[in-house]
Ligand binder design. Structure first.
Ligand code: IVH
Length: 682
């Protein structure tokens, strides 16, 4: 090892240099110069080398992008320079005052730079000799949390600067979550019964504080640069400095404009108040900065914020409208959500008739009374939000709107989940919206995929007493379904009756029949166990292989599965302890659903490689993952680095020279693709 280390170090350095360059071409310049496949090869080689030589891993290694480091508690540190905030205004009149004061202090008319005000989380990035060594949240402005491992997963943050960077550099900007990532994240959370994030800012902030950086890597965060500090930095103004940072490896700001006066500022903010609707990420205003650094110093700062810059925040569009009534909705997991029925009002392009009141605590905090007029806002282009009561319009005798104590659908007494703001109906097995919600989840595409049934048909079956739980679907008969009727209303308010004819009934029955072949992992997901989403179900299925094994697993065995924490384990145990659920499972098993992992797909086809640890390296005639699957199908185990326990190295073309050397030095056989195929009898 001692002998090979210098060479390995050289190779690692080279790989890091090359991969960082390719990443820069791809993420910063949108101009890749290498195929994805070749790129993956380089990255894999680096991952393998670092696994074999953990002592040689560098903090700027691009492998840090995929995360993996787990931080239990974030250390707090003092900022090198305090992180000030900006003076905020919502009025164009205040901008006149800002400009007047700046001109008074300077005795000349300065040039301003207008930027977007990104709606995310402020971050300070410290680069020592060009390497990102620390990322710190704003915290209280003086001290913040060290979230370096999480921040390294963000692709638009360079881990290593390039060019003539200074020895010490602090870069500041905003970590944001683009709308597309936000929507995807919330959809995933709702699927597993987690509360969705209210807006992309909260989602970005929550993501930065995750303990597992591999999770952060999946959150699709992005970085927007707006400021840099350091000693003897080049450039005499802000605009040029941000361009300089681009030379060192940061993305150029998407929007940055020099203007000469207030009219220029107004033009910019009016343009972006409109254009922000088409931006892929949230902004909540614009920032105006004096461009020249000497002038910035002359204008100075207060204890809290610089005088040379100001944030103009866009007004969220707001209207006041009358509260007509409050509905209490029961969801699939039993959570009861109050929803305000409002006198229809037009707001930012749509007519708003309903808006969520979230939960009882929210209603109490807002002190919502019967007949109140409520302020409704649509900020950040998301769903309308109730932000307050228009007290001027309140009737002094108005009574508080009470929160229901019993389920508005089934009448069961509501319970409060420990540590949560919401209440829920505990009558999961006999409460209509919960039953229908579970049925809808069960037939969904990613679950049992019974697309001949849908929400409307589930409603009909339920209303006619034909299905009360998911197992009932498998007892449906042609006679029960044929001629089933439903009265529906079209858009013009006309009613008509539809009834199931032969073709519909055949479709429904064959869809249900086909679902019996749906693999075990999706059956497990389809059951609708709280917190068990698609991915968790797959991991549980692979780990335990049978429904019985999952059902009988104690908490410590469940939490041994990746992604399964205590709360998830508790929920699984509760599900399998419920006698009603056990009855349903028995019927599903009798109906012929898959309660075991598919043997053909998942079990070895031979034991030729049983007990052998194999390292797959290089380029093959088929994708490398397929080669690895072949290894497993024949009973072998894939490992990433060569050790004395490696049975052989399966070498494709262009296998890394270091790997070859290591295999040779340890006397590990090197097997070609052809030899391998003969070995497994293909
Ligand atoms: S400049 C000393 N520019 O808004 C000046 N801030 O209170 C440093 N923000 O916490 C801030 N976009 O996180 C600046 N283009 C931008 C910005 C921006 C968003 C955030 C920043 C700060 C807050 C202002």
């Amino acid at each position: 090892m001692a002998e090979t280390t210098p060479n390995v170090q050289e190779r690692i350095d080279r790989l890091i240099r090359d991969i960082n360059r390719h990443n820069y071409q791809y993420y910063m310049l949108d101009n890749p110069t290498i195929s994805d496949y070749d790129f993956d090869q380089l990255l894999q080689e680096l991952i393998d080398l670092e696994a074999a030589h953990p002592e040689l891993r560098r903090p700027d290694s691009p492998t840090q992008r995929v995360g993996g480091e787990v931080t239990k508690r974030f250390e707090t540190v003092e900022h090198l320079h305090p992180m000030q905030s900006l003076g905020n205004t919502y009025s164009q009149g205040d901008l006149i005052e800002f400009d007047r004061r700046v001109r008074e202090l300077l005795a000349v008319t300065p040039e301003y730079v207008c930027e977007l005000k990104y709606d995310g989380v402020a971050i300070s990035l410290i680069y020592e000799n060009g390497t990102l060594v620390r990322a710190v949240t704003r915290g209280d402005g003086t001290r913040g949390d060290v979230v370096t491992a999480n921040v390294r997963t963000i692709r638009t943050i360079p881990l290593q600067l390039q060019g003539d960077f200074p020895p010490l550099l602090e870069v500041r900007g905003e970590i944001i979550m683009p709308f597309s990532s936000f929507e995807q994240l919330n959809a995933e959370r709702e699927e597993i019964g987690e509360p969705p994030f209210a807006n992309p800012r909260n989602a970005a902030s929550g993501s930065l504080k995750l303990q597992d950086s591999a999770e952060v890597a999946k959150r699709g965060l992005d970085f927007k640069l707006y400021f840099a500090l350091g000693e003897q930095l080049p450039c005499s103004n802000h605009f040029d400095r941000l361009l300089k940072l681009h030379e060192w490896g940061f993305r150029k700001p998407d929007v940055m404009e020099k203007v000469g006066d207030l009219n220029g500022i107004y033009d910019f903010l009016n343009t972006w108040d409109e254009k922000r609707k088409a931006l892929p990420y949230p902004i909540d205003g614009v920032v105006i900065k004096v461009n020249d650094f000497d002038q910035q110093r002359q204008v100075g700062a207060t204890a809290k914020s610089p005088r040379w810059a100001i944030a103009y925040k866009f007004k969220a569009e707001r209207v006041s409208t009358k509260l007509l009534s409050v509905d209490f909705q029961v969801g699939r997991t039993g959570i009861v959500t109050p929803v305000a029925n409002l006198s229809p009002v037009s707001l930012a392009g749509t007519v708003v008739k309903r808006a969520t009141l979230n939960n009882g605590d929210f209603m109490a905090e807002m002190d919502i009374r019967e007949g109140d007029s409520l302020f409704v806002e649509k900020g950040g282009e998301i769903i309308p939000k109730i932000v307050g009561v228009d007290l001027k319009k309140r009737n002094p005798d108005a009574q508080r709107v009470p929160f229901v104590t019993h389920c508005p659908v089934c009448g069961a007494e509501l319970q409060r989940a420990e540590g949560e703001a919401g209440v829920f109906c505990p009558n999961a097995d006999h409460c209509a919206p919960q039953i229908k919600g579970r049925l809808e989840h069960f037939i969904a595409r990613k679950a049992m995929n019974i697309d001949s049934l849908g929400e409307g048909k589930i409603d009909m079956l339920y209303a006619n007493g034909l299905v009360k739980n998911i197992a009932d679907l498998y007892s449906l008969t042609y006679e029960q379904l044929f001629g089933l009727e439903k009265v529906i209303e079209d858009d013009n308010g006309k009613t008509k009756t539809i009834s199931f004819r032969e073709k519909t009934v055949q479709n429904i029955l064959s869809g249900i029949e086909a679902s019996k072949q749906v693999p075990f992992e999706r059956v497990l997901f389809a059951l609708g166990i709280r917190f068990v989403g698609e991915v968790t179900a797959k991991k549980l299925a692979r780990h335990f292989e049978t429904m019985d094994a999952v059902a009988n697993a104690p908490a410590e065995e469940l939490t041994a599965v990746e992604d399964v924490g205590e709360r998830v384990a508790e929920s699984i145990i509760a599900y399998f302890n419920d006698t009603e659920n056990l009855g349903i499972l028995m019927r599903l098993r009798d109906a012929g659903l898959q309660f075991e992992l598919n043997k053909e797909e998942n079990l070895p086809v031979s034991q030729t490689l049983a007990g052998k640890s194999i390292v797959v390296s290089g380029v093959f005639s088929i994708p490398r993952d397929t080669v690895k699957e072949l290894v497993e199908k024949h009973g072998g185990k894939n490992v990433s680095s060569i050790s004395k326990n490696t049975a052989f190295v399966l070498a494709g073309e262009k296998m890394g020279p270091e790997k070859r050397k290591k295999a040779e030095s340890l006397g590990i056989p090197i097997v070609s693709e052809e030899e391998f195929r003969t070995m497994i009898g293909e």
